[in-house]
Design a protein around this ligand. Structure first.
Ligand code: CTP
Length: 401
C-alpha cells in the first residue's frame, strides 16, 4: 500500500484516469490527484475527489489543504513531493512531456514533478502524428535517460477516428504495471524466459489433447519480471490472454514447438520459469485433415513429449536459475523435492490442484516454495502477488551469486 500521486493531463484519455484512480484506491493505495487546468476541463476535480476521498489539486494559485500535520512546511507541490512514494502521470500529453523534458513548471503538476525525487511513470496518449514528432520523441528519450519510466502509448483507435500508435494503456494494465514497478528494480539487466499456458497435441486437424491451464500464472510472472526491470521472453501455448506490455511473446501450440523455442533462447537467459502445463504425451502420428466419426479409434496411441524443463536443467550453466512448478493432488512436498533434484532446479513452486479456487484456471493460488536449503509456505494470494513472491525468492538467490 503506497502513497501515490496521480497526475492527469488534458487529453480525452483523462476520463479513463478516473477509473484508474478508483482502481488504485480499491487496491489499498492512498491516491492524491493533481489535474492540469486543461485536464480539469475534461473531468471535474469533484469526480476525482469523490473517487479518491482526498482533496484534488488543480489550481497552482489556489492549492487544497490536505490536513497533514507537516503541511505548513512548504507549498502544496513541495508538500506532495515529500508525501508521495510514487507518481503516475496518465494521460501524459505532448505538452506535459515537453514541459517536463525542458524543466518547465507552469502548473501544479509540473511543479510537483520537478520537485519529486521518487519513481515517476508516464503514460503518454495523443494523436499518433503528435507522438512521432521529433520534439516529442527527443523529449521522451531525454526523460528515459533521466530515469522516467514510459508505459505506452499502444496502437489502437484514436479520438480522431483514425488508428495509430497513440492510445493510452487501459486503466487495469496501468495499475498492474505501476504496482509491479513500485516493487523495485532488482531484475534490471537480467533476462528472464517464462513458459505459460497449456499445449495442444493434435489428433487430427480439428481435435487435440490439452488441459485447462489459463496461462494466468505465467503471464503474471512475465509482467512482474518486466516490472522489476528484466528483459522478458514469454513462450506461450494457446491462451485467450493479451500479450503482456513490454514482453517479447512467442506463441506456440504443441509441446515440441515450445521445446524448440525454449531451447533456442535458453542459452541467453539468466532465469527460466517454467509455468506452462505441458502435455506429457502426444498422439502418435497426427492425421492430416479430419478423421470421420466412424473412423475415430477407440484407443489413441500416445508417445512422450520432451520434458522441456528437465532438458534445460541438463544444459544449465553456472549462475542460471531454474524454477519449475509442481501441480500435485495434495501438498506433496516429497514429490516436489524429487522434481527439484531430478530436473536440476533451484526452486519448485508446489500447488495443490485438488483445492477449489486454486491452481489451473483460478485467479488465486496457494503455494509452497521448495528449495534445496528450505521451504516457504505462502498464503492464498492473487497470481500477481504470488508472481512477486516467486521473483523475490529468485532475486534472493541471484544476490547470493
Ligand atoms: N514441464 C516441462 N515440460 C514437460 C512437462 C513439464 O517443461 N514436458 C515443466 C512444467 O512447466 C512444470 C514442471 O515441469 O514447471 C512440472 O513437472 P511435471 O513433472 O510435469 O510435474 P507435474 O505437472 O506436477 O505432474 P506429474 O507429477 O504428474 O509428473
Amino acid at each position: 500500500m503506497a502513497r501515490l500521486v496521480l497526475g492527469v493531463g488534458g487529453g480525452i484519455a483523462a476520463f479513463k484516469s478516473a477509473q484508474l484512480a478508483s482502481l488504485l484506491r480499491k487496491r489499498g493505495h492512498r491516491v492524491r490527484v493533481i489535474l492540469t487546468p486543461a485536464a480539469a476541463r475534461f473531468v471535474t476535480p469533484l469526480t476525482f475527489e469523490s473517487l479518491t476521498g482526498e482533496p484534488v489539486y488543480h489550481d497552482l494559485w489556489n492549492p487544497p489543504r490536505y490536513g497533514d500535520p507537516d503541511e505548513a512546511l512548504g507549498e502544496a507541490h513541495i508538500h506532495l513531493s515529500r508525501w508521495a512514494e510514487g507518481a503516475l502521470v496518465a494521460p501524459a500529453t505532448a505538452d506535459l512531456l515537453g514541459q517536463l523534458a525542458s524543466g518547465q513548471a507552469r502548473d501544479g503538476l509540473t511543479a510537483f514533478l520537478l520537485a519529486f525525487g521518487g519513481p515517476v511513470f508516464l503514460a503518454p496518449a495523443m494523436h499518433h502524428r503528435m507522438w512521432l514528432h521529433p520534439a516529442v520523441q527527443e523529449g521522451v528519450e531525454r526523460l528515459k535517460r533521466w530515469g522516467y519510466r514510459i508505459f505506452g502509448p499502444v496502437k489502437g483507435p484514436l479520438a480522431s477516428g483514425e488508428e495509430g500508435l497513440g492510445r493510452m494503456l487501459e486503466p487495469a494494465e496501468l495499475a498492474d504495471l505501476f504496482e509491479d514497478h513500485l516493487h523495485g528494480r532488482d531484475m534490471e539487466g537480467k533476462r528472464v524466459l517464462v513458459t505459460a499456458g497449456p499445449t495442444q497435441e493434435p489428433l487430427d486437424a480439428v481435435r487435440h489433447i490439452s488441459n485447462p491451464s489459463s496461462g494466468k500464472m505465467g503471464y503474471a510472472l512475465a509482467q512482474a519480471a518486466f516490472g522489476r526491470g528484466a528483459e522478458v521472453i514469454l513462450v506461450s501455448g494457446p491462451t485467450s490472454l493479451p500479450d503482456p506490455y513490454g514482453v517479447e511473446v512467442i506463441r506456440v501450440r504443441r509441446a515440441v514447438e515450445m521445446y524448440e523455442e525454449v531451447a533456442r533462447r535458453f542459452p541467453e537467459v539468466d532465469i527460466l520459469v517454467a509455468a506452462a502445463a505441458v502435455a506429457d504425451h502426444r498422439p502418435k502420428g497426427m492425421q492430416a485433415g479430419k478423421i470421420r466419426k466412424e473412423d475415430l479409434p477407440f484407443q489413441v496411441e500416445l508417445e512422450p513429449n520432451p520434458d522441456i524443463l528437465k532438458e534445460m536443467g541438463l544444459r544449465k550453466k553456472p549462475g542460471q536459475v531454474l524454477v519449475g512448478f509442481a501441480a500435485e493432488w495434495g501438498m506433496d512436498e516429497a514429490s516436489a523435492r524429487r522434481k527439484l533434484r531430478e530436473k536440476h532446479l533451484d526452486l519448485v513452486v508446489l500447488n495443490d490442484v485438488s483445492r477449489p479456487g486454486e491452481g489451473f484456471e483460478a485467479d488465486t493460488n496457494r503455494a509452497l516454495l521448495v528449495a534445496e536449503e528450505g521451504k516457504e509456505e505462502l498464503p492464498l494470494l492473487s497470481k500477481r502477488e504470488l508472481a512477486h513472491r516467486i521473483l523475490d525468492a529468485v532475486a534472493r538467490r541471484l544476490s547470493r551469486g
